[in-house]
Write a protein that binds this ligand. Structure first.
Ligand SMILES: [Fe+2]
Ligand SMILES: [Fe+2]
Length: 311
């Protein structure tokens, strides 16, 4: 323990040592090396492949990274555990708590977004979108992984949401390619080595929760809180793009999500969260943790983006 972190008057030595242990554990994951390694593994392991591509050492590598991913997720859980424990366990109370995250959740009303809408230059907007693109884990694939063996009513809602992501069968309406139009206009490449660790941590956390089944309820909360909070951020980004002279086609992804996700969020909370919590109140805590993890990771990104953009 350094001189700076010696316990102040009124703080017990045990509490202070505990806090030191927590921050030491967290700092293991808060750096480029760890998050880039995990991001590369995620990119490789989720790509469709062939049996003979599973070379020597692959199993050991997968086991090591899976264990590290679990440790990372558990460290994130520890950071939000107290806040999540305050979430009610009854369905009415839980939905009210969850919906209130839109106003008072971590990272909400971040000053980055009005600035993007009103002041950012084209280069600054380009840098921001590059970070976001590299950190984009693909909502539709996260949802597809999450919905496996879910109860029927929630699964139906996930299917409707997924179908919207797929443009309801129309390639021009698919959300992923819609974002790619803008990425291509700006000549951005989602390069892991050019991406800040906060953005990779967000994508790695979302991917981990969606693919490790013991975090399935966490993933339901994390995806649901994206639907809840994306409209305001999307509207601000769309306003910035309009101000900078981007075409309606280039802005379409953000214009669409400013409106559509309001409906997605209402349906997610009514058709998925409510029945899932009614059926088993233990899910409330897991869903709450997942939502808070997503918002905490987002808040770290916004803070880092501001540091980079406003220096
Ligand atoms: Fe979408
Ligand atoms: Fe959505």
């Amino acid at each position: 323990m350094s001189v700076e972190t010696l316990p102040s008057k009124g703080t017990s030595l045990a509490t202070s040592l505990l806090a030191d242990a927590d921050s030491a554990r967290a700092s293991r994951f808060r750096n480029d090396d760890f998050q880039r390694g995990l991001a590369r593994w995620n990119r490789a392991r989720l790509a469709p492949g062939f049996p003979d591509e599973h070379g020597p050492g692959a199993e050991e590598r997968d086991a090591r990274l899976r264990r590290q991913e679990g440790e990372f997720l558990d460290a994130l859980r520890a950071e939000v555990a107290d806040e999540a424990a305050a979430a009610p366990r009854d369905a009415d109370g839980f939905i009210a708590w969850f919906e209130a995250l839109r106003e008072r959740g971590p990272g909400q009303h971040d000053p980055l977004f009005p600035w993007l809408a009103e002041e950012a230059s084209r280069d600054q907007m380009r840098w921001f979108l590059g970070q976001e693109a590299a950190g984009e884990a693909g909502f539709e694939d996260l949802l597809a992984c999450t919905q496996v063996r879910m109860p029927p009513r929630a699964k139906l809602e996930f299917a409707r949401n997924y179908w919207d992501e797929m443009g309801r069968g129309n390639p021009k309406g698919m959300h992923g390619p819609m974002l790619n139009v803008l990425i291509e206009t700006l000549g951005l490449e989602a390069d892991i080595d050019d991406t800040v660790w906060e953005s990779l941590a967000l994508a790695n956390a979302m991917t981990g929760m969606a693919t490790a089944r013991r975090y399935a309820w966490h993933s339901v909360g994390a995806l649901g809180v994206i639907e809840l909070t994306a409209p305001d951020r999307s509207a601000a980004t769309a306003a910035g793009l309009r101000r900078l002279g981007f075409t309606p086609e280039e802005r379409r992804y953000f214009d669409l999500h400013a409106v559509l996700d309001v409906k997605h969020s209402e349906a997610w909370n009514r058709e998925a969260l409510r029945p899932l919590v009614e059926e088993d109140s233990r899910r409330a805590a897991a869903i709450a943790e997942g939502a808070l993890i997503r918002l905490h990771c987002g808040a770290l990104c916004f803070e880092r983006y501001r540091t980079e953009l406003w220096q």
